[in-house]
Design a protein around this ligand. Structure first.
Ligand SMILES: [Fe+2]
Length: 281
């Protein structure tokens, strides 16, 4: 009997060691590596002047810290983006060192013109900290979009960028007949915004989003285990999606929320290159 139970113990220990050997390096890799994904987005509505324009998309920084910023800056400088879109959760509601958020914002603002929307963590930090971060972003020259629309101009041609926290219908009044980009932290808003803007006659063309953190655990065939707002086995976690004539790009983020960790789900920087179908004619 003793021999049998000893054998059982040995088998269990061997299995646990094997699991640890596979999972521990994967956890370390997932929570360190920054994956750069290049996406070409082609549309006949993109003006010729914007053909080849590169947008770096970052999301969910969660007060990651200065060492991380250095690595990020190197990656972005190599990519030479024309614009940087930041889709929220720069701060973290638990680890609230706002100087880290501000350092990140400063670094990004030195690389390219930045456009930003806030996320749920940003809105949940102390009011004074939020105000500090909000004014610091603007002092750095970052355009903070809070239910606002701005126009990007190149050689007398325009595209519009709408940024909002919730879905607010009246912002669709701006940017009519232009290529419409939306920044919204929550990918679960995609279909609502796509339908709403289509019905208003001013359809959203491309939305940038984050929040899902890639679904935290990704396996082949399982593109994310859980995402807030979408629940288990979420649909919108990473990359390019299409729905009813609109598209959305979701970043898996560049930080971790509170104490969560990732598995088989690396940090994610997207470089989106706009391609104008008009430029090919
Ligand atoms: Fe987040």
């Amino acid at each position: 009997m003793k021999r049998k139970s000893l054998k059982k113990k040995k088998i269990i220990i061997t299995i646990l060691i094997c699991i640890a050997l596979v999972f521990i390096p994967s956890i370390i890799y997932s929570n360190h590596h920054i994956d750069v994904e290049n996406i070409s987005f082609k549309s006949r509505d993109i003006p010729k002047a914007f053909d080849g324009v590169k947008i770096a998309h970052l999301s969910d920084y969660h007060n990651h810290g200065e060492k991380f910023d250095k690595r990020l800056v190197n990656i972005l400088k190599k990519s030479e983006p024309d614009y940087i879109f930041i889709t929220g959760d720069i701060a973290d509601k638990v680890f609230t060192d706002i100087d880290k958020a501000n350092h990140f914002l400063k670094e990004m603002s030195c690389i390219a013109p930045c456009y930003l929307v806030w996320g749920n963590h940003d809105k949940n930090i102390d009011d004074q900290d939020f105000e500090k971060m909000n004014s610091y972003a603007q002092d750095c020259g970052i355009t903070v979009l809070n239910n606002d629309v701005v126009r990007l101009c190149k050689e007398d041609e325009y595209i519009s960028v709408t940024g909002n926290y919730d879905y607010i219908e009246n912002v669709t009044e701006c940017g009519k007949d232009e290529f419409n980009i939306w920044l919204n932290h929550f990918p679960e808003n995609f279909e609502i915004i796509a339908d709403g803007t289509k019905n208003s006659g001013n359809q959203m063309d491309l939305m940038f989003s984050g929040h899902a953190h890639g679904g935290l655990i990704r396996f082949p065939g399982i593109k994310g285990l859980f995402a807030p707002g979408q629940g288990f086995f979420p649909e919108y976690t990473s990359g390019l999606y299409e729905y009813n004539g609109s598209s959305m790009i979701v970043s898996r983020g560049i930080g971790n929320s509170t104490t969560t960790l990732r598995l088989f789900d690396t940090f994610h920087v997207i470089i989106c290159t706009l391609e104008s179908e008009n430029a090919m004619n």
